[in-house]
Structure formats: C-alpha cells, structure tokens
Design a protein around this ligand. Sequence first.
Ligand SMILES: Nc1nc2c(c(=O)[nH]1)N[C@H]1C(S)=C(S)[C@@H](COP(=O)(O)OP(=O)(O)OC[C@H]3O[C@@H](n4cnc5c(=O)[nH]c(N)nc54)[C@H](O)[C@@H]3O)O[C@H]1N2
Ligand SMILES: Nc1nc2c(c(=O)[nH]1)N[C@H]1C(S)=C(S)[C@@H](COP(=O)(O)OP(=O)(O)OC[C@H]3O[C@@H](n4cnc5c(=O)[nH]c(N)nc54)[C@H](O)[C@@H]3O)O[C@H]1N2
Ligand code: SF4
Ligand SMILES: [Mo]
Length: 688
Amino acid sequence: MDVNFVPTTCPYCGTGCTFNLVVKDGKVVGSIPNTRSPVNEGKTCPKGTYAYEFVNSEERLTVPLIKKDGKFVEATWDEAIALIAEKFKSYKPDEIACLSSARTSNEDNYAMMKLARGAFKTRHIDHCARLCHSSTVAGLAAVFGSGAMTNSILDIPEAKCVFIIGSNTFEQHPLIGRRVMQAKKNGAKIIYADPRYTPTAKQADLYMQFKSGSDVAILNCMMHEIIKNGWEAKEFIENRTKGFEDLKAVVMKDDYTPENVEQISGIPADQLRQAAEWFAKSESSAILYSMGITQHTVGVDNVKSVAHLQMVTGNLGRPGTGVNALRGQNNVQGACDMGALPVVFTGYQKVIDEAAHKKFSDAWGFPDGIAAPENGYEVTTMINVLSDNPGELKALYIMGENPMLSDPNIDHAKHSLENLEFMVVQDIFLTETAQMADVVLPATCYAEKDGTQTSTERRVQKWRKAQDPPGEAKLDWKILAMVGAAMGYADQFAWETSEDVFNEIAELTPSYHGMNYERLEKPEALHWPCPEVDHPGTPILHTQKFATPDGLGIMSGIEWKPPAEVPDEEYPFVLTTGRCIWHWHTGTMTRNSPTLDHEVPTGWIEINVDDAAELGIEDKEMIKAITRRGEVEVPAKVTKDIMKGVMFMPFHFAECPANRLTNDALDPIAKIPEFKACAVKVEKITEA
Ligand SMILES: Nc1nc2c(c(=O)[nH]1)N[C@H]1C(S)=C(S)[C@@H](COP(=O)(O)OP(=O)(O)OC[C@H]3O[C@@H](n4cnc5c(=O)[nH]c(N)nc54)[C@H](O)[C@@H]3O)O[C@H]1N2
Ligand SMILES: Nc1nc2c(c(=O)[nH]1)N[C@H]1C(S)=C(S)[C@@H](COP(=O)(O)OP(=O)(O)OC[C@H]3O[C@@H](n4cnc5c(=O)[nH]c(N)nc54)[C@H](O)[C@@H]3O)O[C@H]1N2
Ligand code: SF4
Ligand SMILES: [Mo]
C-alpha cells in the first residue's frame, strides 16, 4: 500500500485553511489539518474535514457531453471543442457572455478572462462575486480607493472590541470565528447584530436582534451616539479623512436617535447605546461583516456606513481594527483580482483606461485585437438582458457556477437561460444549470490540480495535485486554452503548466508582481500587494494613507432606506436567506459528501414561535412559502431564535429552493440582488 500526504488549501470558504490530503494508492481518501498553517494551526471545520469526500464521488463528470435531440450523449474532447469553437466563431463579440468561477484557481480565472476578452473579444465577463461582495468592492473603492479586507485574520485576536454585523462567522467562516474567541479570551467585548440567534450570537457579550434591512439606521445610530458623546477620533478624522461634516449632518438627525432606531430595527435603545459606547471606547475595534450587509438594494450604502463607523472611530490601519469584509468563496478574492469582472483586467486595471487596455492588448498579442475598452454586463444584467431583450446575448460560457439555484428569482433566471442559443457549462458535477447546457465539459477539482487561490485576507496560497482526475476530466485552464487554440489563437494559450499561467499573471499584475510559485511554497505564503520579488507582502492595508488620489478616506451622509419589497397585508413577513455550517451553496459538493449530507439532508424555513402559534404551524410541518415570484413546499423549523416577523431559509436545497422566492431587485451601483429581504407569506398545506 502506498500512502502519501499532499498539502493543499481548502476548496470551500475564503478563510484559506490548509490541510494535507491523504492519498492511498493514488486516490484521495482523507484530510489532515495542517499544523504549519498560520491561518488554521492544525484545525479545520466540518467542511474542510470532509472536503475529500466528494472528490471521488460516482456523480463526478468524466467525459464531455453534447446535447442531441434534447438528450446528452458522450463525446470526445475533439468533438466538443470543435463544436464550441465553431459556435463561438459564429457570434458577434457582444452576443457572447462568460461566467468565471470563484471556486477555481487564479490560473483558471485568468485563462477565462483572457479567453473572453482576447479570443471571444467580448466585454461581458463576470462571476458570482456579483451576488456576494460586489457592494464591498464598490463601497470600499468609493471610500478607501480599494475594495478588499483591510486587515488580516491573525490580528483579530488583538482587537479589544469585535463588532460582527451580517456575518454568521462561526458557521460560515469557522476558523475566523476561532480568532474571535481568542479576542474574547484576551478580554475583547463581542457585539453581534443579526436577525437570528445563531451560533455566533451565543458567543456575544451583547447580542442585538433586529429586522432585516435596517443596517444603515443601526450604524447611523451608533455614529450618532458616538458623536453626541464626543467619542469620535478627532485627530484621525482631521488628518486622514474628508466629508465628516456631511456625515454628521445626516447621522445627527433625530431620525437616528436610539429611540427612533429602536422603532425601525427592533433593537432596544439601551442596547444601541451600549454598543456605541463599547465600540468607541475600546482602544482597537474591528468590524467583521459579510452577506447580511452586502446583499441588499442598499448594499453599497451599508458597506460605506460600516467604513464610516471605522473612520469616525479611527479604527483603521492598526492591528485589531479594520473593515473586515469576510469574502465567501475560497477564491472569490482571486477571481476579482484576476479581472473576471466586467470593468477590470487583473489587479483592478480598468478596461476603460487606455493605457491598461493597450498594456494587455500588446502583451497578449492577439493579431486581431481584444475586446473594446468598454465595460461589460454584470451577471445580473446578463440575466435581465436575456429576458427583456431576447437575441441581444446569444451564447454563454459558464465555468463553475450554478445560477439555476444560486440566482435570485430562479424562475426568471431559467426563462432567461432558455433564451440562449448556445450554452457551455464546465463543471465537476452535472448541476441544475449544466442540465440546461448544449455542451458540458468535465473539469478537475482542487485535489487534482496545481494552482493558487487568494483568501479573504489577500493571502495567495497553493493547491497541489494529489490524484489524477476522474475519466477524461481536464484542468479548467487547459480546457479554456484548448478552446482558445481552436478559435485560432494557439500562440496566446500556449502555457504548459499552471506555473506558466501564474508567471504571466505576475508579469501583468502589479499587486502580484513579486510572487512566484517558489515564494508561495512557504506555509505562510504571501499577502498582496507584493510588488517585487524581495517585498514581504502586505498583511494590513491603509496604515499611512488610503488608496484614494489624495490619500484621504471619504465620508458622506447616508440616509436609511427600507428594502425594495416590504411586508404588507398580503405578504406579512420578511424572508431572509443564507447558509448553514454543513452545506455549501447549491450543494453540488457537500450533498455529494456523505458525512455532510447525512447531517442535514434537506432544507427548512425558520419561523418564530409566536408567529407559528398565530398561524397554527407546528415544528417540522410541511408548509408552503409564497412570494410574488413563486412558491416552495418546505418543512417549518419553529424556533425562538429568529426575530418575530422574520423568516429564514437556507438556499442549498434543490427540492425546496429559496431562490424561487427571493427578489431580484438590485443595488443600483453594485447590481447585487436583495437576497436578504423580501416579503413572504406561509400557508398550511391542505389536503385536496
Ligand atoms: N458553511 C458554509 N460556509 C460558507 C458558505 C456556505 O455556503 N456554507 N458560503 C461562503 C460564501 S460565498 C459567503 S459569501 C459567506 C457568507 O457568510 P455569511 O454572510 O456569514 O452567511 P449568510 O448566512 O449568507 O448571512 C449571514 C447572516 O446575515 C443575517 N442577516 C439576514 N438579514 C440581514 C440583514 O438585513 N442585515 C444583517 N446585518 N444581517 C442579516 C442572517 O441571519 C445570517 O446569519 O459564507 C461563506 N462560507
Ligand atoms: N438566496 C440566496 N442566494 C444566494 C446567496 C444567499 O445568501 N441567498 N448567496 C450568493 C452568494 S454570496 C454566492 S457566492 C453565490 C454562489 O453561487 P454559485 O457559485 O453558483 O454556487 P456554487 O454552488 O458554489 O457553484 C459553484 C459550482 O462550481 C463547481 N465547481 C467546484 N469546483 C470546481 C472546479 O474546480 N472547476 C469547475 N469548473 N467547477 C467547479 C461546483 O460543482 C458548482 O456547480 O450564491 C448566491 N446566492
Ligand atoms: S473555515 Fe473555511 S477554509 Fe477553513 S476548513 Fe472551514 S471551510 Fe475550509
Ligand atoms: Mo459568496
């Protein structure tokens, strides 16, 4: 028997834990957390622990599939690639769109970005960051000039106060949750705001329960109290920011007194006062946030308000402080860094910037040029264009995304995808989306490839190949390179190894310029920006100045606005959606992992006990949840842990898909959908 251990990085969340895959006779059979990792120090959460189970699932895709007369038939790679190239050559650039993947490596995302802009010459490339932290990218760019988590995971224990809002850290970033516990042991006060009493709430010194969609009011109220008591960081505000007077004019209004915000949010006024005092008076206060803040029609306003609170209290640029936007997918930071967005090349070099456009055009050397220097469509815009203006977009290439379960209002998304003439899906499983495709391409998963991914704290870490791929599955970037070559650009996609792709990325991307595979071998890897090979990397951003043109952070006054759809007589409850610790998004990987699937075999809707009593609904009873978009039958979970008037559904389960219900209304700037608040009613199911 031949056993060996291959160190790699977890393919689930953006925390970036590392572990060793246990390989027996050439097959991955287990995982052991890596004690040398400074991130997880020999620990993993349940998903990391069982991340080996789906790898050799019987359900993995092993051969290319082409749909003929409505049925998939197995095809050779040559047939599949030739068909894709023939089809894509027949469309105009603007008729083509690409979805890249935060599940895959930097190399894969770079290859997709190059294929889209260079070979297909389309402007339309985006990925699931749109549904996730696009409000962070837009909001933090507006206030700080750059849109990433400001501090590192390792300095959270140095905070004297940790304020968690809209992040269920202990379930969704468990190994960051561990750092919050370390801060608590070091004497920090933990403040937590969430409509649900989650496992994170259990660790808080102050838990504030509130109605989804009141975040700006809560944050304004905290700033109101801080300024009223003279606790603001006067020197920091003076030296490092501008716009404080505008901010003050709004937050000091009577609308944002604790008593008034109690009316909006449901949080008792005294709790709001307490939160403001602890937060402002601690010598270092960190904010952690995630989807509860970003997934709203006011997502950008929410993010800016979080950043404002940190500027008002001077909690930036030092250990134990910061705006810590916890990025979700393993490599969503990297997919954004690689320019899998409709407005930038790698390293946030703008496509509309002439110099950047010329730089990429010259470096790539496509004889017939690259996509025009114009911004493309966001994921959510693509879906709307497909339904509202059929024929404008004709072909879609999806790598590693499953919009048929993850997009808001999926009946609408399905209708949109049905309007396509040609769709390619490159995945590791035959997902709900892949079933609608014309061609399905089998890709390799993290355990079968070398590559890099960039965690939430901008740490670029390695995946290392532990086993051969199943059947004929191929590396994502290799598949994309084959398509590029078949389109007539063999020279532009002539990479032989993942390292070749990485070296090209480093060449063209200032923030990655000093990185190479050799430097990334160290267990601690490197944080970007890392501009030169002798640069140590940058764990904390904005220590001296912000990335804005004059180096100052920008504050402004932001008024609270309610969600796009609020409860009324017909739909009297707020529905919010999210996740649980055991499952990952659309379940492709975790529901194919027997241990995880066994823990939580299906979905549910959380209903407050008093609401349930009024509606006559029992725990575990199958009920109907209905919104203006659709209805779903789902078991009720009757609980004290959710705010009265609010209901919650996880979106992992195809048999009771939360996204049949959610609202596809968008934030006007970030174009992120309002997954976190819509109006819902529930009904008992009566026998016909
Ligand atoms: N186990 C597991 N971990 C994951 C994922 C997963 O699918 N499974 N996905 C990863 C990804 S991509 C992401 S983006 C992150 C997401 O990580 P989180 O944002 O932590 O996860 P969510 O469950 O979407 O939402 C967080 C919390 O927001 C609360 N919330 C609801 N409405 C509101 C509101 O209006 N305001 C505020 N402030 N809070 C509200 C919800 O009750 C919920 O507890 O998790 C990552 N980690
Ligand atoms: N209601 C509701 N909906 C939401 C959210 C919410 O909070 N509420 N959150 C949103 C957020 S934050 C996010 S990030 C999105 C996530 O939305 P998606 O990205 O669509 O969801 P995933 O299930 O992670 O899909 C990833 C796909 O990649 C495939 N895959 C995994 N590894 C590889 C690989 O190496 N190569 C290839 N080619 N494929 C691979 C998986 O099999 C899976 O099909 O969902 C969004 N949708
Ligand atoms: S915390 Fe995230 S990165 Fe760490 S083991 Fe769990 S899922 Fe993987
Ligand atoms: Mo996400």
